[in-house]
Design a protein around this ligand. Structure first.
Ligand SMILES: CC(C)(COP(=O)(O)OP(=O)(O)OC[C@H]1O[C@@H](n2cnc3c(N)ncnc32)[C@H](O)[C@@H]1OP(=O)(O)O)[C@@H](O)C(=O)NCCC(=O)NCCS
Length: 172
């Protein structure tokens, strides 16, 4: 725990609206996955930066799911919020919506979870403020973040499975 003042998730809320142009599509005329990842990375980085007021770098990209194809000309809205902050790292959720052109309804089509680290001018990690979740969804994502961090650190060879207490608890 550090001495920085806690922030709420909504303080980091970042909304980015894009239109799928012909140049953003694959052979089937749907949004190219790499383009969506780029939009996610930028939107989530701004959310992380809003939380810590520091330069951030992308440390991991997790749980990206491309559940539904997004057609050319679609209006796509990305909403990113910090879900939990640790010492220098922050988990950010990105929810992706496509707008129904007739009703204006926002239909959720994808989501992703990225991790950013606040760094100084030499790229060394810096402490970030803790996060206080408020809504039920924010609390659920906050609780899950510790397990996701443990899984990510195990896969990166940075943590021994034996030490991942909260993750192991899921299996007993
Ligand atoms: C991310 C980076 C700053 C971490 O630096 P490091 O020297 O390994 O620093 P640390 O070991 O202190 O880790 C810093 C934080 O990152 C977290 N982290 C590192 N790898 C992680 C992973 N695979 N999953 C989750 N968290 C990770 C650590 O747990 C730590 O978090 P904490 O301070 O909240 O506990 C460094 O690896 C880096 O600069 N990477 C390149 C980033 C970049 O250029 N991104 C753009 C994409 S090319």
């Amino acid at each position: 725990m550090n001495s920085l003042k806690a922030k709420t998730a909504k303080e980091s809320l970042t909304i980015n609206t894009e239109v799928v142009m012909p140049n953003d599509t694959n052979h089937l005329g749907n949004l190219f996955g790499g383009k969506l990842l780029q939009w996610m990375d930028i939107t989530a980085a701004i959310a992380a930066q809003r939380h810590c007021k520091r330069v951030v770098v992308t440390a991991t990209v997790n749980n990206v799911s491309f559940e539904n194809p997004i057609k050319q000309n679609s209006v796509v809205t990305l909403e990113a919020k910090v879900s939990r902050a640790f010492t220098s790292s922050m988990e950010v959720f990105i929810d992706v919506f496509v707008e129904n052109p007739v009703t204006g309804e926002q239909i959720k089509c994808n989501e992703a979870i990225f991790t950013f680290v606040a760094v100084d001018q030499n790229g060394a990690p810096l402490p970030v403020p803790p996060l206080t979740p408020e809504t039920e969804l924010e609390k659920k994502r906050f609780d899950g973040a510790l397990r996701r961090r443990q899984l990510s650190l195990i896969l990166a060879g940075r943590m021994k499975p034996h030490d991942a207490t909260e993750l192991k608890a899921l299996f007993v």
